[in-house]
Design a protein around this ligand. Structure first.
Ligand code: SF4
Ligand code: SF4
Length: 438
């Protein structure tokens, strides 16, 4: 394939900005140890350095953009960004992998089943919370009726659906009316807006309830804009930038209309994307500046609370807890110490650090659905590390990790609680304070 033809086929990868980012790699190999897929596959092409070499080959026209080898090794990347903090040259791997994924997407033709599943999941479900809530209610019925037990015993689902079903957490009925603001409790410190997320709200709504209560207890009025939607992370992960941009514009409109001190997010993967709307919409003249303005107000709930824990919990929670870092919080947002500081602020709680804390659990957006074999290998390692701590509970800070860790413990230790950090804080408050009422 000629270089000129490639220029037409892969506009993103041939931009001067993208090529300059590729040039930043000095091939030192310092990132190899940090990469979770390198030991799984044992090949250079499944390391950050190898993938960058492939990207450079495509960007320079040496490798066709539809080369199956390129696709295979890009698809195997988790996007966990563990390579970024390990890199002495400051390679912006995140932008590189996003460009490579878009290129892969543009040069393949998914089959009709995959197109249907993606259309339903990414376009018809995730952006519509009402539909997701209905789906959660149906899944609750599926679990309570015993159908789940039968389906899992028989193993009748096709692979993609089986991978999705495997991460369905035990559900309980959940409903919250968040159309009116939740008032600050005690001394008023300010007002924040909360991004409740899509999967998080429908399937792990208790973590969102706890987030709101903990913010209230620290003096913040909490607004939940009703016009907010899915953040677009899964769409970006799947290479569907068009859908992600539409969601970003909707969220910017919904949140910038409010007068708040911060936009709070409690899922590491969503927060990373929200903080990067400026980059996502850099070619949209109408939204570029507003996107940067919006992103500058976004904070992970652990980041915000670590700086604004005006009323620390006084109730004791005598638990040994281990913490599973969210890669997108740790590597993408560089929020590492704040979650740990919050756990240590809970009286009676002992934090036990996990071995290989910087290793991905295999969730990685939609990776556990698209690459279930590798994801399960990584999950088995993470589960073994969790069990080795002897902890009484597992703390998490991201929706995907939350679902993945529950799935990993299902066989080994199903009663080990997996909780968002704010749920642990909420429990500590609840031991000494009356229940929060709206
Ligand atoms: S994002 Fe993660 S899986 Fe991909 S190359 Fe970097 S460290 Fe490896
Ligand atoms: S550490 Fe950075 S510069 Fe070195 S090979 Fe990896 S990506 Fe390239």
């Amino acid at each position: 394939m000629s270089s000129a033809a490639t220029m037409i086929d892969i506009p993103l990868m041939t931009t001067a900005e993208y090529q300059a980012k590729l040039e930043q790699c000095i091939h030192c190999g310092m990132c190899l140890e940090a990469c979770p897929t390198y030991p799984v596959f044992g090949t250079e092409m499944d390391s950050p350095r190898g993938r960058i070499a492939l990207m450079r080959g495509v960007a320079e026209g040496e490798i066709p953009a539809d080369d199956p080898t390129f696709k295979t090794h890009i698809d195997r990347c988790l996007g966990c960004l563990a390579c970024e903090p390990a890199c002495p040259s400051g390679v912006d791997y995140r932008v590189l992998i996003e460009g490579a994924r878009q290129t892969v997407e543009q040069h393949r033709t998914p089959g009709p089943i995959e197109r249907l599943v993606r259309w339903i999941g990414l376009r018809q479900l995730m952006p519509h919370l009402g539909r997701l809530r209905l789906m959660a209610a149906l899944m609750l019925l599926y679990q309570w009726s015993g159908a789940q037990f039968v389906v899992r015993r028989l193993g009748v689902l096709p692979p993609t659906l089986a991978a999705m079903e495997a991460i369905l957490p035990p559900l309980t009925p959940h409903r919250r009316d968040d159309r009116k603001p939740f008032p600050a409790r005690g001394q008023r410190r300010g007002r924040v807006a909360f991004l409740r997320g899509c999967i998080q709200e429908a399937f792990l709504g208790q973590a969102n309830d706890a987030t709101i209560r903990v913010l209230q207890r620290n003096g913040y009025e909490v607004l939940v804009p009703q016009l907010q939607t899915c953040c677009g992370a899964a769409q970006i992960h799947a290479g569907d930038e068009h859908a992600a941009k539409a969601l970003a514009r909707a969220n910017i409109d919904a949140f910038l209309a409010l007068d708040v001190d911060a936009v709070i997010c409690n899922a590491g993967g969503c927060g990373m994307v929200l903080k990067d709307y400026g980059h996502l919409l850099h070619d949209d003249a109408n939204y570029r500046a507003r996107a940067h303005m919006f992103s500058s107000t976004v904070q992970d709930v652990t980041e915000f609370l670590a700086a604004h824990l005006h009323t620390p919990p006084t109730g004791s929670l005598p638990l040994r807890v281990t913490y599973v870092d969210s890669c997108h919080l740790r590597n993408g947002q560089r929020v590492v110490n704040q979650p740990r500081a919050l756990l240590r602020a809970i009286p009676g709680l002992e934090l036990i650090e996990l071995a290989h804390a910087d290793r991905c659990c295999g969730s990685a957006g939609t990776y556990n659905i698209t690459q279930p074999s590798t994801a399960n290998t990584l999950l088995a390692d993470k589960t073994a590390d969790i069990l080795a701590t002897g902890a009484d509970a597992v703390a998490v800070t991201n929706t995907g990790c939350h679902l993945q860790v529950i799935a990993g413990l299902r066989q080994a230790k199903p009663n080990l609680p997996v909780l968002h950090i704010v749920e642990l804080l909420d429990r500590a408050y609840a031991t000494t304070e009356p229940k929060v009422r709206r």
